[in-house]
Design a protein around this ligand. Structure first.
Ligand code: TRP
Length: 345
């Protein structure tokens, strides 16, 4: 049996506002991949509840992420956009993967250590098992490529380990079911370009994050033109002029961040940006960056707001996407059950 080539899967958690880091690190790439791949983009509400979520806020965020996807240019008719909990096969395969993954593997996950912090005993079991669900998300479609930010690289490696171990543990059964070289593909990460890591506007050593208490630290995709311009104008800098080449970013994370964002927004490289702004003051760069950011992000915010005003339409998009996703996942899960030895048809 043949495996689909070039199927892209990625997920975004519906936990609060999306910001510039989500856009440049993930969504912009999702949009581009639509030209070359069959894409499945998932709002991962089941991942979100690994940490307690207010139900009304979870609903709202799920719709907001969906609206933002569409406003950024993801086409839910040509590709698939849906929320995870509407396709039961994610949870089913996750259970099988919980039994394939080893405690030792999950114990090494740095994100769990960071999120659970000092209160490991009090973290949910779901937070610990989260990477097995993530592997199920990808592999229930036998997706081959996964665009992710570099913070998810370790989880993707774990997905590969799970796929590999499943293929080995059930080798005979997989062959018996008629699959030639392994059942699951080993999914490849597609790590994004220059501004993959967008840093906080208050501190260039920390990632731009929705959980930062200061709203000035980030550009939300729902910010209007005035807010975008103001946040860029007030972004932290250092007193030196901008360097002439990228070696000069050493020890200057704020300069690197603003130049990186500029480059990503105009699809050039940091060196290109420095060819224009190197040797100059931050103020010139910031003023042009503000114009560029307003030009690129302003319409996204406006379109997102327009879409959110009609939640019925968003829910219909998700339902349609879930049905099409299930059409792919269901036969794959049926094969998994057969391979594992579950009785039934
Ligand atoms: N863990 C990812 C994040 O927090 C979200 C995610 C869930 C995901 N499932 C996925 C990303 C599958 C890529 C593929 O960003």
């Amino acid at each position: 049996m043949s495996k689909p080539l070039n199927r892209v899967f990625s997920g975004v958690q519906p936990t609060g506002n999306l910001h510039l880091g989500n856009y440049l690190g993930a969504i912009k790439r999702f949009v581009e991949l639509q030209n070359s791949h069959e894409c499945i983009y998932c709002v991962v509400d089941m991942h979100a509840i690994t940490v307690w979520q207010d139900p009304a806020e979870l609903r709202q965020s799920t719709r907001e992420v969906t609206a933002t996807f569409i406003a950024c240019g993801i086409d839910p008719a040509k590709h698939i956009v849906f929320n995870q909990s509407q396709v039961q096969e994610h949870a089913e395969l996750a259970w099988v993967f919980n039994c394939v993954a080893r405690m030792g593997w999950l114990n090494r996950m740095t994100q769990f250590k960071e999120k659970a912090g000092k209160h490991k005993e009090n973290a949910s079991v779901g937070l610990f098992a989260y990477p097995a669900l993530m592997a199920a998300d990808i592999l229930v479609y036998r997706a081959t490529h996964v665009p992710v930010g570099d913070d998810q690289k370790q989880h993707l490696e774990l997905s590969r380990d799970i796929a590999q171990k499943f293929n080995v543990d059930f080798e005979a059964s997989i062959a018996e079911a008629g699959f030639e070289d392994g059942f699951f593909p080993l999914p490849e990460p597609l790590i994004t370009g220059h501004a993959t890591r967008v840093m906080s506007f208050r501190d260039g050593n920390n990632k731009m994050s929705k959980s930062d208490p200061s709203d000035m630290s980030r550009i939300n995709l729902t910010d209007d033109a005035d807010a975008i311009a103001k946040k860029i104008r007030k972004a932290k800098t250092d007193p030196e002029p901008l360097p002439g080449d990228t070696d000069g970013f050493e020890g200057r994370p704020e300069a690197e961040n603003l130049v990186g964002i500029f480059a990503a927004l105009q699809d050039s490289s940091p060196q290109d940006v420095l060819n224009t702004y190197g040797g100059g003051q931050f103020s010139g760069l910031k003023s042009d960056l503000a114009d560029l950011a307003v030009e690129k992000l302003g319409p996204i915010g406006a379109e997102t707001a327009r879409l959110i005003a009609d939640p019925g339409h968003i829910d219909a998009v998700l339902k349609d996407g879930a049905e099409r996703a299930r059409a792919i996942a269901e036969p794959i899960m049926r094969d998994v059950k057969k391979i594992v030895g579950f009785v039934g048809g």
